[in-house]
Design a protein. Structure first.
Ligand code: AHG
Ligand code: MN
Ligand code: MN
Ligand code: MN
Length: 336
């Protein structure tokens, strides 16, 4: 390979030399990357671009939408609808899936996205991102509906995220490890800056919103108490804590230097299985983390084996360094 590898070269290699992905998937991923580039440009304009603040609307999950939630959603829809490789798209910000209009050719893939992850960080200039996942349209389906998206995460053919931080990066898997690309703002090209990312098995860093501590169930409380006890406690070492409140940024840190990320279900809403969305957040991040040698569970089972029952399904999330995820999962074996 040449010393500087572009996203296109990386994907062409997966297609041509390894036969891992069809050309249609490569083209689709390039369009997603292009849309992320556009979102990144809008993000970087901040107040000058008039993109900060509330949109004045709510999404289907009852969250108030920021202007950038709406702009990012529109950007992804517009960029992807005419490419010819998609049958439909689903998003955190739309009530139902969006079928490709008849005027465009239709493809065999389904695209799911969290257009803007970390909405609470937009107005305070902290890293935010876009998360995406690609599934196949089940064979023989002519008119895709929400139900056709309800496939377990193991069926994903690609997943990734863009992070809009001090630099803009794209982190991607097509099931052959995890690669990171950095956007060269001058040339506008995505350049491979790390291939075959590996999460260290062990860690001394954890991520959880500790303000919810009083609502946690015993397995999570036990696990975090043991971490906080430090070198004098049962773990025999000190742990550090980080919580950005943008899943993209927290997962990016874990892919870079290890750690465990947790967003458990808790007593605030005992009937809800968690806050994060299975289809737009948990599944794509689990695919990346597993491809990097880590693990991802909901405390009871592997996230990617969950059979979704609805598009906007929520799920508890424990992901990152394998040994830590296995430990907190084992604490759940006796129930909450
Ligand atoms: P989104 O901005 O797409 O709605 O996602 C926000 C998510 C996730 O990015 C983050 O890990 C979590 O919400 C933060 O939640 P808290 O504000 O409860 O800490
Ligand atoms: Mn949201
Ligand atoms: Mn999100
Ligand atoms: Mn979002």
């Amino acid at each position: 390979m040449a010393s500087k590898v572009s996203l296109t070269q990386y994907l062409v290699e997966k297609q041509r030399e390894k036969g891992l992905i069809p050309a249609e998937l490569r083209l689709l991923l390039e369009v997603v990357a292009r849309a992320c580039k556009r979102i990144g440009i809008a993000v970087s304009k901040g107040a000058l671009g008039g993109v900060l603040g509330d949109a004045g609307t709510d999404n289907v999950q009852g969250e108030s939408q920021k202007k950038l939630d709406v702009i990012a959603n529109e950007t992804l829809l517009e960029a992807n609808e005419w490419g010819g490789n998609l049958a439909a798209m689903a998003s955190e910000e739309m009530d139902h899936s969006y079928t490709i209009p008849h005027r465009y050719p239709k493809g065999e893939f389904l695209l799911l996205f969290d257009p803007l992850d970390g909405s609470s960080n937009i107005d305070v200039n902290v890293s935010i991102g876009t998360i995406f996942s690609v599934l196949r349209l089940p064979e023989g389906v002519l008119a895709p509906t929400d139900d056709h998206f309800l496939q377990p995460g193991t069926k994903q053919v690609a997943a990734g995220y863009a992070i809009y931080g001090p630099c803009t990066m794209l982190v991607l898997t097509v099931g052959d490890g995890v690669a990171a690309f950095t956007l060269d703002r001058e040339t506008g090209s995505w350049t491979l800056t790390e291939d075959q990312i590996r999460i260290p098995g062990q860690t001394k860093e954890f991520a959880i919103n500790a303000s919810n501590q009083r609502h946690w169930y015993p397995p999570v409380k036990r696990y975090v108490d043991e971490l906080l006890a430090g070198r004098d406690g049962p773990r025999g070492k000190d742990f550090n804590m980080r919580w950005v409140a943008s899943m993209v940024a927290d997962v990016h840190r874990i892919l870079t230097r290890g750690g465990i990320f947790m967003y458990p279900r808790d007593r605030r809403e005992p009937d809800k299985p968690g806050k994060l969305r299975l289809m737009y957040e948990a599944n794509p991040m689990s695919f990346l983390v597993e491809q990097a040698g880590g693990a991802a569970t909901n405390g009871l089972q592997r996230i990617m084996e969950i059979r979704p029952s609805k598009l906007h399904e929520r799920v508890a999330v424990f992901l990152g360094s394998r040994e830590e995820v296995e430990r907190v999962t084992s604490y759940h074996q006796d129930g909450d």
